[in-house]
Design a protein around this ligand. Sequence first.
Ligand SMILES: Nc1nc2c(ncn2[C@@H]2O[C@H](COP(=O)(O)OP(=O)(O)OP(=O)(O)O)[C@@H](O)[C@H]2O)c(=O)[nH]1
Ligand SMILES: [Mg+2]
Length: 422
Amino acid sequence: MDLAILAGIDTGRENFDYEMSELAALTEAAEIKPDLTIIQKLDKPVTATYFGSGKLTEIKEAASATEAEFLIMNDELTPTQLRNCEDQTGLTVIDRTALILQIFARRAQTREAKLQVQIASLQYRLPRLRTSSLNRFDQQTAGSGGGFTSRGAGETKMELNRRTIQDQITHLRRQLKEVEAEEKTKRKSRDRSNLKTVALVGYTNAGKSTTMNHLLSLTGQDPDKQVLEKNMLFATLDTSVRHLEFDDHKQILLSDTVGFVSRLPHQLVEAFKTTLAEAAQADLLVQVVDVSDPHAKQMVKTTEETLEEIGVRGIPMIYAFNKADLTPGLRYPEIAGDQITFSARDEESIKLLSQMIKKTVFADFVTRTYLIPFDQGKFLEQLNSNATIQKTDYTAEGTLITAEVSPATAGIMQRFEFETSK
Ligand SMILES: Nc1nc2c(ncn2[C@@H]2O[C@H](COP(=O)(O)OP(=O)(O)OP(=O)(O)O)[C@@H](O)[C@H]2O)c(=O)[nH]1
Ligand SMILES: [Mg+2]
């Protein structure tokens, strides 16, 4: 496996250690082995070279001692910084944005995700065309050799490249629009069904897909409806929506979507906005958190900042502290206010989570008793298939039935309401 030196500038911000450990995880996710980490304390990066020149020499020396090929930076670098760092270290520089884009490019499965990632990658490359070694890293590039030394010819070629890339972006955007329009139609037809929607959100690898799969099993869904769960960053890039019906007839649409990481590249956020809109339209968000991770608190913060960035605001949220089984001594499943401590792999936990979800999302449901005459059988059928029936009695006048119903159903059924003597 290729080796890399990880590097970052510590400006004294509180989350720096967390960012560096995240960078190591991202590097592994791109199938590169982090070899050593070099950090410089500075108020801010050096404008032209990112690191100070002494540090760059240190990196170069470390590289020749370890045979590292890549230099992975914790920040997004300007095109100039990128080029200078490459020139002065002889390493292929990958900044944080390029690293995340690379992982996304590997993971994208559906046409929609592939288009989104391609657009984001091209946008990232547009101002960086001169940086030739970047092309070695990015497989989509037709290699253009070792930089543009002869200025005249280089410029022309670059202009050409720039235009080609811009055309490509336009073309891909058009395709994406079409695909998104199809998805939107699907979403609309779901909207019409008027079901409550619940979205699983959270940091990557927190266990969103595992939670989804176990909720699916609990409600007896086909095993082939399951989504991919895997111990790697960004296992999920596509939004999957599943219809769940609990044994009390309550139904929801549950969606699983891409996980977050701190400072998700804006090109990606932009490209994924439509997909992420799924979360924006939910009645309830379930934020899944890996409670066994020492950085859990920052991960919650990261998730909340990202949600804010994509415009998801004011939606009720359940905090679902997952992987409790990995923390010795932690009691689970347990609910406290809007928080649940649980393990997605534990059946009792999933049951409790499903109850909590229902309680929150169906808070506006009401319990009513109806007397339905025998010749109004279709209303009885409607109740039986849409509502949670608590009690049924057969009287001389008709069926006396107590049920928990949605406000809409309560409206329709009002005329059958049975006055209980109080
Ligand atoms: N021990 C333990 N492992 C869990 C639990 N929940 C999930 N995992 C594991 O954690 C890893 C990540 O789970 P996923 O469900 O793929 O995580 P995700 O949030 O969907 O991640 P992305 O799609 O990459 O954003 C997998 O290896 C799961 O088996 C849990 O409660 N306990
Ligand atoms: Mg997932």
